[in-house]
Ligand binder design. Structure first.
Ligand SMILES: NC(=O)c1ccc[n+]([C@@H]2O[C@H](COP(=O)([O-])OP(=O)(O)OC[C@H]3O[C@@H](n4cnc5c(N)ncnc54)[C@H](O)[C@@H]3O)[C@@H](O)[C@H]2O)c1
Length: 336
């Protein structure tokens, strides 16, 4: 099988490319990635000989046509993915996440792709109240609240519309927050771990009482593999850790404990506008229909992630200098 992975130089896409080429060495893998600030060839340096890398924009039809040519399967990760950046500059989110996805769909239809898998997020569903134990399932209504989640919601709708209207064999996965190696150090957990390794404080939005679900990235990769192998075209599957309930503050307190630090290393900063309170996914469908289950417990995954960042400062230190420093100063003040 020849597989196109868009966004394969980003966090999850690179983990997926590594996972796929390890599990399915007989397959041919092409990665299409624009290499925005979030894309990094270092993320795939160790698998460079196992993949063909194409630098290009998913909004460009000819580039997409060339990269997709001869492929039977597309796994679409490429996106602008950071909520804070979408609040500061929404335009590029609409461009890449909506128009870019549409370009891929158009070409996938033209080339008769056998499976187009779209990787999406739980954030399209909006937020749940903190005080309930309710969980979303695949039939819950969309209610995106940030430019990022609205652009991802739009892309999900387009992908479904291409199935309904043109019969394109699509599948969609909406996943909880991922964590693990190669997570860009602007996201909560990698920011916390790298700041602590540098002896700096960890910024916490508001009171840190927001509830997220955390899935170790390799479990996400296995979930997508299960959907590609056993999922039904036209269907959406939720992927997450299942019964987990942890506030952002509790999560960072775990990390502090594991890294031998205390709460003096925390710094509470003004909350993000429209910060969603709680996300919670029911994973009953993928467990029941595809036999997928999460395998990495939160404490184990956090320890693996801390170990990886502790031994890979050669990867994250250059990222935390340069342009990223300017972004950090804008976002959290001048403490980066
Ligand atoms: N990170 C999470 O916790 C999470 C959770 C659920 C779903 N997702 C989804 O998974 C996907 C991957 O997320 P991630 O965290 O790995 O993101 P990321 O920001 O780390 O990587 C995105 C990649 O896409 C590339 N890219 C951006 N714009 C492009 C364009 N116009 N053309 C080609 N390539 C482009 C970037 O260079 C980068 O390599 C996204 O679609 C995101 O919405 C992420």
């Amino acid at each position: 099988m020849k597989l196109l992975i868009t966004g394969g130089a980003g966090f999850i896409g690179s983990n997926f490319a590594r996972y796929w080429t390890t599990q399915h060495p007989e397959d041919t893998v092409v990665i299409l990635d624009k290499l925005t600030y979030a894309g990094n060839l270092q993320n795939i340096a160790d698998i460079a000989t196992r993949v063909t890398f194409v630098q290009g924009d998913i909004c460009d039809t000819e580039t997409v046509r060339q990269a997709m040519s001869g492929c039977s399967t597309v796994v679409h990760f490429a996106a602008e993915s950071h909520v804070d950046r979408s609040i500061a500059n929404p335009d590029v989110f609409i461009q890449t996440n909506v128009l870019g996805t549409h370009t891929l769909l158009r070409v996938a239809r033209e080339l008769d792709i056998a499976r187009f898998h779209h990787v999406s997020t739980d954030e399209v569903l909006g937020q749940l109240p903190l005080e309930t134990n309710e969980r979303w399932d695949e039939n819950s209504p969309y209610n995106p609240r940030s430019p990022y989640s609205a652009s991802k919601a739009a892309s999900d709708h387009l992908v479904r519309a291409y199935h309904t209207t043109y019969g394109l064999p699509i599948t969609i996965s909406n996943c909880a927050n991922n964590y693990g190696p190669y997570l860009y150090p602007e996201k909560l957990l990698s920011l916390a771990i790298t700041n602590l390794l540098e002896g700096k404080k960890v910024p916490i939005y508001g009171a840190g009482d927001q509830v997220r679900e955390w899935l170790y990235v390799e479990d996400h990769c296995r979930g997508i593999e299960a959907i590609l192998q056993k999922g039904t075209a036209g269907e959406t599957y939720f992927i997450g850790p299942g019964e987990q309930r942890v506030t952002n503050l509790e999560l960072i307190q775990k990390v502090l404990g594991m890294m031998g630090k205390n709460e003096n290393s925390l710094e509470f900063v003004a909350d993000r506008p429209g910060h969603d309170q709680r996300y919670a996914l029911s994973i009953a469908k993928i467990e029941r229909e595809l036999g997928w289950h999460p395998t990495v417990a939160l404490d184990d995954g956090l320890q693996r992630m801390i170990d990886w960042y502790s031994t890979n400062d050669i990867w994250w230190k250059p990222i935390k200098s340069g342009d990223y420093k300017k972004y950090y100063a804008q976002q959290y003040g001048t403490r980066g």
